[in-house]
Design a protein around this ligand. Structure first.
Ligand code: SF4
Length: 452
């Protein structure tokens, strides 16, 4: 599309810049809040929309001269493409930028399908530079305008923290961007190439403070891996706890980091940590090697002891359907969850997660993937693969339907778990191993069974 240079007064007018988020795991999107702040500091007066929790405001779309769509994950990108067509119907000439992890991975496709710009990595700075570059040479100072404050949806509209039957409001922040690890299935390494960046302590603490004022009593630290920079994280936690002693929190970290930072978990608990998410993905040595996770089954069991001994819940996440995961491996995961009393630590949707291979994935460099007959499906932003054992593809479909239906019907996670196990065992022709059905205790969680 031919880019039109806009005068400074046009681009600085209230609502001339519009930022839209489609989906960000059920929390208030940091893909909106941080670029919003950066644009405001640069003198712009943007509007924001989070269509995960509010309708698409067509007046805002029609008024905009530049629209940024945040696509930090696969689900957001798929929603973003629908949104793109709707925006073009309403405002054909607006400049559209997609930003976030999945923008770079799919830039070829997006730029040839109606997107004008793609940005990944440090999006806030790049967005400001891009918007400024679209303004002609008459200066970029803020123009006199009525006071305009972009309104973010209330925290109450997002997923909540649930602990022992108590429901509380959640705030969200990140202390770092990127990751120093190179797990092959993860979308972060192709963009950050093993680097991570600390966010200034004052910025993080200010975000926490604002959300506490709004009613948050629990904070999710959504860093890709909170323990990439443990000293930075601990300093922030210390200051947060001093300011708000009753605030609780959760964070995400890899199994390897739990083992390396074992001495800190009692302190995390004292500072208010209620649960930790860790991407276990598999227990199979072969699958863990291909995904380059740098942990073993024994490490997972050890990490569970470390976290649980500190009085914190460990919530493992899984990728139980890969081209190399056998039916026996799948049953092994279920047995592990049962034996370690983890049924309420795993959202049932996790039993249906299928390995996603997006364009640019580091998995494409693995010899095991080169021998698969992959088909690129441009419109679904991924490569399509089939399991060599057709039962696994059938099981995936059946489990997917089961967890979806049970979720919609409000079936207890324990019930769904044993249904999934029964399906897999029937397919295998084996019987359920003796279970710990009566020994599973509810665990703290966020009330959103998320999709990446
Ligand atoms: S899976 Fe986690 S540890 Fe691995 S590269 Fe991604 S963010 Fe980093």
């Amino acid at each position: 599309m031919q880019m039109e240079m806009l005068t400074s007064s046009v681009m600085h007018a209230p609502g001339a810049v519009l930022l839209i988020s489609c989906y960000e795991l059920g929390h208030r999107p940091i893909g909106l809040t941080r670029p919003l702040r950066a644009l405001e500091e640069a003198g712009f007066t943007p509007d924001v929309l989070d269509i995960a929790v509010e309708p698409l405001d067509l007046e805002k779309v029609a008024r905009a001269r530049f629209i940024g769509i945040s696509v930090p994950m696969h689900t957001a990108l798929r929603l973003g493409i629908h949104l793109l067509h709707r925006i073009r119907e309403v405002n054909p000439d607006v400049s559209i930028c997609m930003y976030g992890l999945y923008a770079k991975l799919n830039a070829d496709y997006l730029l040839s399908h109606g997107v004008d710009f793609c940005i990944s990595g440090e999006a806030s700075t790049q967005l400001v530079a891009l918007v400024q570059s679209l303004v002609d040479g008459e200066g970029t100072e803020a123009q006199e305008a009525d006071v305009h404050i972009a309104e973010l949806p209330s925290l109450e509209m997002y997923a909540q923290f649930e602990d022992n039957g108590e429901i509380r409001t959640v705030g969200y922040t990140e202390t770092t961007h990127g990751c120093k690890h190179l797990c092959t299935h993860c979308p972060i390494p192709p963009v950050y190439e093993g680097r991570f960046f600390a966010v200034q302590r004052d910025i993080v603490l200010a975000e926490i403070h604002e959300q506490v004022v709004e009613g948050a009593t629990h904070i999710t630290f959504g860093d890709p891996d909170f323990l990439n920079g443990p000293t930075h994280g601990l300093r922030i936690l210390g200051a947060m706890h001093e300011a708000f002693p009753s605030l609780t929190f959760d964070f995400t970290t890899k199994i390897e980091h739990i083992l390396k930072n074992r001495e800190h978990f009692q302190e995390f608990a004292q500072l208010g940590c209620r649960f930790v998410i860790s991407a276990v993905e598999s227990l199979s040595e072969q699958v863990l090697t291909i995904l380059e996770k740098q942990h073993t089954r024994a490490d997972v069991a050890e990490a569970l002891d470390i976290v649980h001994d500190a009085g914190i819940a460990l919530r493992p996440t899984w990728v139980p359907f890969t081209p190399w995961t056998t039916l026996e491996d799948y049953l092994d995961i279920l047995q592990f969850v049962d034996t370690h009393r983890l049924v309420y630590h795993v959202d049932p949707v996790q039993y249906a997660v299928r390995l996603l291979i997006p364009p640019g994935s580091y998995l494409l460099n693995r010899p095991e993937v080169k021998t698969l007959s992959l088909e690129r499906d441009e419109a679904s932003f991924s490569y399509v693969w089939a399991h060599p054992d057709p039962r696994m593809d059938e099981l995936h479909k059946t489990v997917n339907t089961l967890v979806e239906n049970d979720g919609r019907a409000g079936i207890d996670a324990l019930e769904t778990f044993y249904r999934v196990w029964s399906l897999a065992a029937d397919m295998h022709g084996s019987r359920h191993a003796p279970s710990c059905r009566n020994q599973h205790q509810p665990a703290p969680r966020i009330t959103e069974a998320w999709f990446c």
